[in-house]
Write a protein that binds this ligand. Structure first.
Ligand code: HEM
Length: 417
């Protein structure tokens, strides 16, 4: 494995269609995600990407805002139970982002924030941990030897649950569609709105359906990443009261009328300062801290030869903290992005870059703004005492082993939504 935070190598690799194949470490995710967009390659990837890209069109994203808002409201309600003491926001936020992904692109309302989906979340955690452990273990890397390890039986259990869950989502949507069709017969006015999952249910590529593997892929890629981003943004805001105050000022200017209850797509678009805050949080805490590609042919970079077939691991976390690209890199300073846009495109890559970048990045940005702004309007975020020291771990997404802890107090201001 060749781990790099070198900007020139990145520019070469991420921008070049020859380097589209993921590193062979991603094969450890295949029993779960199959040939979904994240793990597939070659023609299959190209066809899936072409088919799925229109589902993230600007106009379609606007329709999701009310889902973000509704799920964010439930999150705010749940935070009320934690007022005044230090607690880990991550599990709460994870259930919220799961609800969002289920309801927005899958079109099913499982309401996990009000119930309990701990087994799904734990299974995702097991699979991503096992993927990283297998990548670096001389024993577990071999399929045969792996069968004799504890991780193998953990994976078996996790997969059973994950696939059961995605089947449940698919069946729930099919049932809903059937009900809508039945209703449509009696009332012409009832027209079902198509969601991403419907596109998958209808699609056939080379005679093959792609529903389950893409449902698994988008459920995973669409909730763990955003949970990580929201949690670390809240942590940064709690520990930087001056930044939080500016973000709040912006909210006051967008919502001068406390009775205005409905947050629109245009409102989210106008949260320019909050966008800088989120960008800066993702610089310091990139939700996907490493990205892997396979080297297609022997390739020379300066005096180094990268042999064909080896894994090139792009260390986004390291790139984002390089002094060469970011002055005073450890400092949380959202304003740095006011001057930076357009410069050094591969020096800031929370969503990766080039043709294999994140298909859901615009969706993610809207979701993050909706959820974080709601929390800022409802709570004053404070640091814990003593200040919580994060223990960062990369389990395909960035987490903190000892949680992401903050304190919350209800805002006295009249931000009643
Ligand atoms: C803050 C939130 C997010 C971050 C930071 C993020 C980051 C990334 C990164 C770095 C990649 C490239 C991974 C690699 O090359 O191994 C990626 C790919 C991907 N992301 Fe996201 N993502 C986010 C949210 C989402 C959401 C909300 C969705 C779906 C609704 C999504 C769906 C995907 C998919 C399907 C891919 C694979 C794309 C391909 O290979 O063509 N992501 N994401």
């Amino acid at each position: 494995m060749f781990l790099t935070s070198n900007h020139q190598i990145l520019e070469h690799v991420l921008g070049d269609r020859k380097f589209l194949k993921k590193s062979d470490k991603y094969k450890f995710l295949k029993p779960w995600l199959g040939n979904g967009l994240l793990t597939s390659e070659g023609e299959i990837w190209k066809k899936h990407r072409r088919l799925l890209t229109p589902a993230f069109h600007f106009e379609i994203l606007q329709e999701f805002v009310q889902v973000f808002e509704k799920c964010g409201d439930i999150l705010v309600e749940r935070f009320q139970n934690e007022i005044g003491h230090s607690f880990d926001v991550y599990p709460y936020v994870t259930f919220c982002t799961l609800d969002i992904i289920y309801e927005s692109i899958m079109g099913v309302n499982l309401n996990v924030q009000k119930g309990d989906s701990a087994e799904y979340v734990d299974s995702v955690h097991d699979m991503t941990r096992i993927m990283i452990e297998r990548s670096v273990s001389p024993i577990q890397v071999h399929d045969f030897l792996y069968r004799f390890t504890k991780n193998y039986s953990t994976q078996k259990r996790a997969l059973e649950h994950l696939h059961r869950q995605s089947t449940e989502v698919i069946n729930a949507r099919k049932k809903e569609l059937q009900e809508m069709r039945n209703l449509g017969r009696s009332s012409k006015a009832t027209k079902s709105k198509k969601v991403f999952l419907d596109l998958l249910l209808e699609a056939r590529i080379d005679g093959r359906g792609l529903t389950q593997e893409e449902v698994d892929t988008f459920l995973f890629a669409g909730h763990e990443t955003t949970a990580s981003a929201v949690s670390f943004t809240l942590f940064c805001l709690a520990n930087h009261p001056d930044v939080q105050e500016k973000a709040l000022e912006e909210q006051r200017s967008i919502f001068p009328d406390e009775n205005k209850m409905k947050v629109t797509h245009a409102d989210l678009q106008s949260m320019k300062y909050l966008e800088l805050v989120i960008k800066e949080s993702m610089r310091l805490y990139p939700p996907v801290p490493i990205i892997g590609r396979q080297i297609p042919t022997d390739t020379k970079f300066g005096d180094k030869l990268l042999p064909q077939g080896d894994s090139l691991i792009i260390f986004s976390f390291g790139i984002h903290r390089e002094e060469k690209y970011f002055e005073d890199p450890e400092k949380f300073y959202p304003e740095r992005f006011e001057r930076r846009d357009g410069k050094l495109p591969y020096g800031y890559i929370p969503f990766s870059a080039g043709p294999r970048n994140c298909i859901g990045q615009k969706f993610a940005m809207l979701e993050l703004k909706s959820v974080v702004s709601k929390i800022v309007r409802n709570f004053e975020l404070q640091p814990t005492f003593p200040v919580h020291e994060l223990q960062l771990v990369a389990e395909s997404t960035l987490k903190s082993a000892n949680g992401v802890k903050v304190k919350m107090h209800p805002r006295k201001l009249n931000f009643a939504f």
